[in-house]
Design a protein around this ligand. Structure first.
Ligand SMILES: Nc1nc2c(c(=O)[nH]1)N[C@H]1C(S)=C(S)[C@@H](COP(=O)(O)OP(=O)(O)OC[C@H]3O[C@@H](n4cnc5c(=O)[nH]c(N)nc54)[C@H](O)[C@@H]3O)O[C@H]1N2
Ligand SMILES: Nc1nc2c(c(=O)[nH]1)N[C@H]1C(S)=C(S)[C@@H](COP(=O)(O)OP(=O)(O)OC[C@H]3O[C@@H](n4cnc5c(=O)[nH]c(N)nc54)[C@H](O)[C@@H]3O)O[C@H]1N2
Ligand SMILES: [Mo]
Length: 768
């Protein structure tokens, strides 16, 4: 189909890295130019125009880029950002990967290719199978694929030998059917990408306020006095958030960025959709940049709590919201007793900030009537991530900053429907009332024991306890920690099945038998039962709305996720199963009707979701200051203070996204805002660390992670990374995900949430 198809996407020559000083501003004209150039390259001009005008419009499709919401009532023409447009271009590409491609490439040869090369080959067009001992994927008919899977599932000793992974792009309808299928089959083994993402936020917020979702809306942000953005790089990962922040700023909000790196989007922003943004200097977004040491955030919020407590003691009744605390909170006395013991010198050491910065930030908190704290992976992917999020929630609760306009918690989600997938029941430990509702709705009996999350699935695979692995999207091998261990674990399965849009490394690390099932994406037209089917998604602020793809699919063999799950369920559970599987593909309204009777907040789903802006799900703390926790109150957790000490001669490494990738899908090699171009195997180090470690800028090194596991010191190595001098704090390094995932120990996980610690790996550096 496209001449660019197979061989012409070159691998970049390694270490041709070009470095420019990091950019002081984000977006602007270059952003629009890059977005358009990439779109035209992937799909040509006509399809580009058609696609970008339908993006995030009321009658268009939801951007597969991120979960940032659209402003209600204000969806404007061309509501897209550079990285949303790139995400769309990658999906709507006219390049294809079909049987010819797989005939031309052996699996062993493809294993040598980078994720970038694999990503750039295009959309998968046919169901393919890799049988034991073969080195080529070969075409297989859909019905044969379903029978093969059904037979393997039927042959298991028990249903818990199967695991059903989900990535966060799956629609609500598909997610609901998928978990229903897994549970009807008999297991709660539903690991998902969220286990590696915002699980720490969910764990902390469910305990603290009774619901694992953010409590603010876009208008809340626009009307806040103070917005703290910790451990998040919105200029790259949630670019539309910058417009919201700009608006907030225009109304007088103060913005504080808490990050080890001076990320462009946090410092200054040029809105490409405004004349001023095109020609002017842009808006300075952050009023204060707190360059924190990796893992220092819990100490920061504990230190702020101590300064609030001191101020409250000096002027009783002026700092804490006593009426709110008395009516709604538990655990305040214990928490404040712990806060009392804080030594500010330790906070300074843990955070790398000055006492003046801490005092100024505390004053800003005290003077703000409406405070919002936003966060993402810099906080969640830490061993003490849950405690850190509990701590920041405590600070908000002391000030009564939940359940009133312009204030609250704002965990900024990643994948465009990761929050919706959870609402639909994709979680290994859904509460019993949800499971009871499934039983009642369908006349079935689903299991109650908790299933495996992502890390436990890998452990179980390695122990030989998972025989069939099914993935609804994602790239399990590359996104998970400990790449080599995870790849080996996948290899122990009898069957691995991946429902995918694009080729990735997980397809090349299958079980004895591997299946790839090609599916429609968010941009694709979905016609079934003689009509155009629509799906729904939920954004980061609990707004549910429709998404309608419009592009002609890459081939006739592609099927919707709904059709694939229904076909699979019918083959596995038989025609007499009480769930009417065969009726779903032709009528997504029917799925929504079931959802409306199972999940609270979805009553009248089909009519509510046809409102132009969709509808907002209930959130008791936000709506009525009620806290559906085990105690019925908001709980302030008391945890011992935790922060990271850098061992002598080592650095703490965080693994993050460049400006030119979507998780494991690599678009290119231009991390524009950080000024790094041409290579992804790089490690950012503070210039003084480079000297202290006896290294030189530009030198090639091996990175060796050191982890004290159950059996003693474990070492993991990646080879030939280039040292790049960068303004990161002393003792703190940074490198890209997924290239550095082989360094993340499978056993190094956050307490309570079991999230891999991808932002704090102890690393030794050796010249190579
Ligand atoms: N274009 C694009 N958009 C995306 C994605 C993508 O890959 N590409 N991925 C999507 C997904 S799934 C997600 S989860 C989100 C991720 O969005 P982010 O969380 O913004 O993603 P990361 O690149 O992991 O960035 C983490 C940020 O935390 C900082 N950080 C690291 N350690 C610490 C720490 O200890 N403390 C503090 N305060 N900061 C720290 C890093 O310097 C970095 O700025 O983005 C979503 N949107
Ligand atoms: N070291 C390190 N590791 C990390 C992270 C980190 O910051 N550092 N971040 C973690 C986070 S936050 C996340 S969310 C995970 C991401 O983990 P995943 O969600 O598993 O990974 P992705 O790279 O987003 O998955 C990309 C693949 O999804 C498929 N796909 C895309 N769109 C669709 C669709 O509409 N339907 C279907 N069925 N398939 C589709 C394509 O085949 C594509 O190759 O990675 C985690 N891993
Ligand atoms: Mo994520």
């Amino acid at each position: 189909m496209d001449a660019m198809n197979v061989e012409s996407v070159p691998e970049p020559k390694s270490h041709e890295v070009e470095q420019h000083p990091p950019k002081g501003w984000a977006a602007g004209v270059p952003a629009v130019a890059v977005a358009l150039a990439r779109s035209v390259k992937q799909m040509g001009t006509t399809r580009t125009a058609r696609t970008l005008t339908a993006l995030n419009q009321r009658d268009g499709f939801d951007c597969p880029g991120c979960a940032w919401p659209e402003t209600p009532g204000h969806r404007k023409h061309a509501e897209f950002c550079e990285n949303g447009a790139k995400a769309v271009a990658e999906e709507a590409t006219t390049r294809t990967v079909g049987p010819d491609f797989f005939a031309a490439h052996t699996v062993s040869a493809l294993r040598e290719k980078s994720e970038y090369w694999l990503s750039q080959q295009g959309r998968i067009t046919h169901p393919m199978v890799l049988t034991d001992g073969d080195d080529h994927y070969r075409p297989i008919r859909w019905d044969q694929a379903f029978t093969l899977i059904a037979d393997e599932l039927a042959g298991l000793d028990n249903p818990d030998q199967a695991a059903f992974y989900t990535s966060g792009r799956t629609s609500n309808e598909a997610a609901f059917l998928y978990q229903l299928f897994a549970r009807s089959f008999g297991t709660n083994n539903l690991p998902d990408c969220s286990n590696m993402c915002h699980e720490s936020s969910g764990s902390a917020l469910i305990e603290a306020i009774g619901i694992g979702k953010g409590s603010v809306s876009v208008p809340d942000l626009e009307n806040a006095d103070l917005i703290i953005i910790a451990g998040q790089n919105p200029g790259t990962n949630h670019p539309r958030m910058l417009s919201t922040l700009e608006k907030a700023k225009g109304r007088g909000a103060t913005i504080i960025a808490v990050n080890p790196l001076p990320e462009a989007g946090l410092l200054r922003f040029k809105d490409p959709q405004k004349v001023g943004g095109v020609f002017g200097k842009g808006t300075a977004l952050a009023d204060e940049f707190l360059q924190i040491r990796i893992g220092g955030d819990m100490a920061l919020f504990r230190g702020l709590a101590k300064l609030l407590l001191d101020a409250e003691k000096q002027n009783p009744g002026t700092v804490f919201d006593h009426a709110f605390i008395d009516e709604h909170c538990l655990g305040v006395d214990d928490y404040l007793a712990e806060v009392e013991t804080v030594d500010l010198a330790e906070i300074v050491q843990a955070t790398g900030l000055t006492e003046t910065q801490l005092r100024e930030t505390a004053d800003r908190l005290i003077n703000s009537r409406r405070t919002i704290i936003c966060w993402a992976m810099g906080l969640t992917q830490q061993a003490h991530g849950v405690a850190t999020i509990e701590e920041l929630t405590n600070v908000l609760l002391l000030r009564g900053m939940i359940g009133k306009p312009g204030a609250g918690v704002c965990p900024v989600r990643g994948h465009s429907n990761v929050q919706g997938d959870r609402t639909m029941g994709v979680w290994e430990k859904m509460p019993d009332d949800f499971l009871d509702a499934l039983d009642h709705e369908f006349g079935i009996e689903v299991p109650r024991n908790h299933g495996f999350d992502t890390v436990d699935t890998i452990r179980a695979m390695a122990a030989g306890d998972i025989k069939v692995f099914i993935a609804m999207g994602g790239n399990f091998v590359s996104a998970s920690p400990d790449t080599h261990a995870t790849a080996a674990a996948m290899g122990t399965c009898r069957l691995t099945v991946q429902v995918s849009t694009k080729l990735n490394a997980s397809h090349l690390r299958s079980g004895s038998v591997g299946l790839i099932l090609p599916t429609l994406g968010r941009t694709d037209r979905d016609i079934s039962g003689g009509r155009k089917q629509e799906v729904t998604v939920e954004d980061s602020m609990s707004v549910v709305h429709l998404s309608r793809g419009s592009l002609p699919p890459s081939g006739d063999e592609l099927r919707s996720e709904v059709a694939i799950i229904s076909g699979l369920a019918e083959a596995t559970l038989g025609p007499d199963h009480p769930v009417p599987w065969s009726r779903f593909p032709a009528d997504y309204d029917l799925i929504r009707d079931h959802i409306s009777r199972v999940i609270p907040g979805f009553e009248d789903f089909n009519s509510k979701v046809r409102h132009p802006d969709g509808f907002v799900l209930p959130h008791p703390p936000r709506d009525t200051r009620t806290f559906p926790t085990s105690t019925g109150k908001a709980n302030l957790a008391t945890n011992p203070l935790q922060w990271l000490r850098v061992p002598h001669g080592r650095v703490i490494l965080q693994t993050m996204r460049s400006h030119d990738q979507y998780n494991t899908t690599i678009y290119g090699h231009d991390d524009r805002y950080r000024g790094i171009k041409g290579d992804r195997n790089i490690v950012l180090l503070n210039p003084e660390d480079i000297t202290a470690l006896g290294l030189a800028d530009g030198q090639n090194v091996d990175l060796i992670s050191e982890f004290n596991g159950a059996a003693g010191l474990e070492e993991r190595r990646v080879h030939a990374f280039r040292v790049v001098a960068y303004p990161t704090p002393r003792g703190n390094a940074a490198a890209y995900y997924p290239e550095t995932n082989p360094l993340v120990p499978l056993e190094h996980v956050a307490a309570k949430s079991n999230t891999p610690v991808s932002k704090a790996i102890t690393v030794r550096i050796e010249a190579c």
